[in-house]
Write a new protein. Structure first.
Length: 242
């Protein structure tokens, strides 16, 4: 597949996500916020800093994805209190319990605002101002992230090689080993940190791929969430599914 054909296929896959009612509004919201902040940034920060912010955001996306996914979304300590357990349930636990439930694939809008706020705060501490371009690229990249993530789980075949690869590798994260393939939009960080896997035959199925460790004595001690059973015996085959 040549580059033009691949670009068309990627666009077709993205539009397929946009047609899904559980994805459409969120992607439109984040894209709209991104566009609004970009317009504001061009008038207040100038085109050079705006373009530099875009480059910085794209370069850091794989690392931000990896750190957020591994050290926040998979942080079992969040299950130790009722309020944090309910937060964790919505942002990730319920998604691992049922990866095909399209209602919990996308992040809750409040957590998106929180993440953008944290990234903007870090930029401010590092002196990367004006902040409008940082906010703009953060919302824009999150819209892209949500499209890719939703495409990894929605029904139907993908047309592009890019989306097909991301879907296959993300399926291994859900159905084989939750400690592998943290990247959603790219495998760059997983390559860098040694957590990428592309062949399920090289791994044994993790018993906590669905429940993220919320099981046994830990779940007995902190009974705030629905307990997840171990993946079914035939679960390994699901890595070929959506």
């Amino acid at each position: 597949m040549n580059l033009i054909a691949e670009a068309r296929a990627i666009l077709a896959d993205a539009l397929a996500v946009m047609r899904h009612p559980d994805a459409r509004l969120a992607v439109i919201l984040y894209s709209g916020l991104s566009a609004a902040f970009f317009v504001y940034a061009l008038f207040t920060a100038g085109i050079l800093w705006t373009l530099a912010s875009v480059a910085i955001g794209i370069a850091l996306l794989p690392v931000v994805e990896f750190i957020t996914h591994k050290y926040v979304l998979h942080w079992l300590e969040l299950a130790k209190t009722s309020p944090t357990a309910q937060f964790w349930n919505r942002v990730h636990y319920a998604h691992h319990m049922d990866p095909k439930d399209t209602r919990v694939i996308l992040a809750h809008p409040a957590t998106v605002v929180l993440l953008v706020g944290v990234l903007t705060g870090l930029a401010w501490l590092l002196g990367l101002t004006p902040l409008a371009p940082i906010v703009a690229i953060s919302f824009g990249l999150f819209a892209f992230y949500e499209i890719v993530h939703f495409a990894c789980h929605m029904d139907g075949e993908t047309r592009s090689r890019y989306f097909a690869t991301r879907r296959q590798e993300h399926a291994l994260h859900h159905y084989i080993d939750e400690n592998r393939n943290y990247g959603i939009t790219t495998a760059i960080a997983d390559r860098l940190f040694g957590t990428r896997i592309i062949d399920k035959k090289t791994l044994q199925r993790s018993p906590t791929a669905r429940n993220l460790g919320y099981t046994g004595e830990f779940a007995d001690r902190y009974p705030y969430l629905k307990r997840g059973d171990e993946p079914p015996a035939g679960g390994a085959g699901k890595a070929d599914a959506h």
